[in-house]
Design a protein around this ligand. Structure first.
Ligand SMILES: [Zn+2]
Ligand SMILES: [Zn+2]
Length: 553
């Protein structure tokens, strides 16, 4: 009997973001990706959300290494936080490591890891793990699918992928290698990207965007062209730059991550822009509009990004107007639609022309659609299947697709965050759970608990009412107040009568407490909160946060 192998999902199954899984062989743990998730509107003031690292902290002595599939934030953005808890070496393509390194370095955690670059197709022994790195195409270059050759057979993880048959850099997904593993050893288990499991058809090649962008440059020969896309989308940047140069324009970049990633990709030979084609953003003002192309960050409408500032007329370097055409070569991530819409509105208001993915094919997805998912399933022919990288609905559709493709339903597992899966000689099945809640981060460090988040939600939706009252410490008699201060409940200057009634309600509540003999601080506080809360709800049907401040003298 061969040793069993375990999989532990710490994030990314049940949501898009904070991808993190563990593979366990001979009691050792290999972490596959460590990403973050961007907060939604239900999380006011939260900067990012991480996987719960409790399991890794509790088993720190068993952790062998971390392997990266690619350099997107939802796969590498959690590393700088993980490294606070444990020292761990990281393996990935040079570009993935380069992108991950930025944040790790900023957090001062570089000393707690060693970065090991791996090549396309390389097979590495990492402790007891035999890992093969198989090239895939995606919206960042040099992504991998990873094949783990384990005592329980081959586990193939697709990573984020699409099947782009005409990739911009000529580096195709190595489907042949996957087919070879399938026919030689067989694939025991496939874990595959579910992001676009609801989308029928096939994604368009990244190259198609290049043609559309080039056509737009031709259509607006007299305008300044400003293009935004993800700063890690090196192939997109290459195509924009090629179109700009072909139309006699020089390129300026805007946004810190754009400048950083372009520098990194050029130094690695992954992005080809001649020095002579680049100009400092400070000098753009001196050039004719039709000789300039600006590539900027801010494709998600992030409030302080270069593009959002442009749309608000507050960008330090660029004043947008009727002489500009702005191309959003991107698609809003769910939750960001409103911010992106606001930016587009702002740009139109300033007189600019705006081209977005709703108007022209200036963006294509980096994630496989149904026909591509079927292609991978048919080449890998896995004995068992677990859909990953998706919300529950995406996982469900992907699971059904696998069933249609002939994977027996008894061997399709719909796993979620926190699930542990065990592979033995005879079965693949659920084998317990580990903590996998959201770890909320506000600012650089610091875990914000659910309590804080609940408070913020109440404050955002219902406002706050603070009541300040001074009482005699011995008798409980009210000496001054109650004074009522509110934000977001009623507009105080116009609600004096209501506030007067609220003060009376508080006094009545305090009287009730002292009549029953309650003099202590906690009792007075509780009665104040209850009386005011009741009054506020009865009169206005609202439930703002009530904050009693009792001062004893
Ligand atoms: Zn991803
Ligand atoms: Zn990705």
């Amino acid at each position: 009997m061969a040793d069993s192998v375990r999989l532990v999902f710490l994030g990314g199954v049940g949501e898009i973001g904070r991808n993190c899984a563990c593979i366990e062989v001979e009691g050792r743990i290999l972490i596959l990706d460590c990403g973050l998730m961007f907060p939604d509107l239900e999380m006011p003031g939260i900067d990012l959300v991480l996987p719960d690292f409790t399991y890794l902290r509790d088993n720190a002595d068993r952790v062998e290494a971390c392997v990266l599939t690619h350099g997107h934030e939802d796969h590498v953005g959690g590393l700088s936080f993980l490294l606070r808890d444990l020292e761990v070496p990281i393996y990935g393509s040079p570009l993935s490591l380069g992108l991950a390194r930025n944040r790790i370095e900023e957090a001062g955690m570089l000393g707690r890891t060693k970065l090991h670059p791996v090549k396309d197709g390389e097979r590495r022994q990492i402790g007891p793990f035999d890992v093969e790195f198989i090239p895939v195409t995606h919206s960042v270059p040099h992504g991998f699918a990873t094949a783990f050759h384990t005592p329980q057979g081959v586990i193939l993880h697709s990573g984020d992928f699409k099947i782009d048959l005409t990739p911009v850099d000529g580096r195709a997904m190595d489907l042949a290698r996957i087919g070879a593993i399938a026919s030689d050893e067989g694939i025991r288990l496939l874990l595959s990207d579910s992001t676009n499991a609801e989308e029928s058809g096939h994604t368009l090649s990244e190259r198609s965007v290049g043609r559309v962008v080039a056509d737009l440059f031709a259509a607006y020969p007299d305008k300044r062209v400003i293009v935004t896309c993800f700063a890690s989308h090196i192939h997109r940047i290459q195509q924009i730059a090629d179109a700009a140069v072909a139309h006699g324009r020089t390129i300026a970049t805007l946004g810190r991550s754009m400048a950083k990633n372009i520098g990194l990709a050029r130094s690695m030979g992954l992005l080809h822009i001649a020095d002579s084609a680049l100009v400092d953003i400070e000098k753009v003002g001196n050039l004719d509009a039709h000789r300039v192309c600006v590539i900027t960050t801010g494709s998600q409408g992030e409030p302080m990004s270069a593009l959002a500032l442009m749309a608000a007329g507050e960008n330090k370097w660029l004043t947008v107007g009727a002489g500009d055409v702005v191309i959003l070569s991107s698609h809003a991530i769910p939750g960001n639609e409103a911010s992106v819409g606001k930016v587009i509105d702002g740009l139109y208001r300033l007189g600019a022309e705006v081209i977005h993915s709703g108007l022209a094919r200036v963006h294509v997805s980096g994630h496989a659609m149904r026909e591509e998912l079927k292609t991978l399933l048919s080449i890998a022919r896995p004995q068992a299947f677990i859909p990953v990288h998706g919300e529950f609905r995406h996982l469900t559709h992907h699971a059904r697709l696998a069933a249609e493709m002939g994977v027996p339903e008894s061997r399709i597992l719909l796993a979620e965050d926190g699930d542990v899966i065990e592979l033995t000689d005879s079965s693949i099945d659920f084998a317990g759970e580990v903590p996998a809640g959201y770890l909320y981060v506000d600012g650089i460090v610091g875990d914000v608990g659910r309590g804080v988040l609940r408070d913020r939600r109440v404050l955002a939706e219902e406002g706050v009412v603070v009541v300040v009252v001074t009482v005699d410490a011995k008798s409980g008699e009210v000496l001054t107040g109650p004074e009522i201060i509110t934000r977001g409940w009623v507009y105080a200057p116009e609600a004096e009568a209501l506030l007067g009634e609220a003060r009376a309600a508080v006094l009545a509540g305090l009287e009730e407490a002292t009549d029953r003999g309650g003099r202590d601080y906690e009792t007075l506080k509780r009665h104040t909160r209850a009386a005011l809360g009741r009054f506020v709800h009865e009169r206005t049907r609202r439930r703002p946060m009530i904050v009693p401040v009792i001062m004893e003298v």
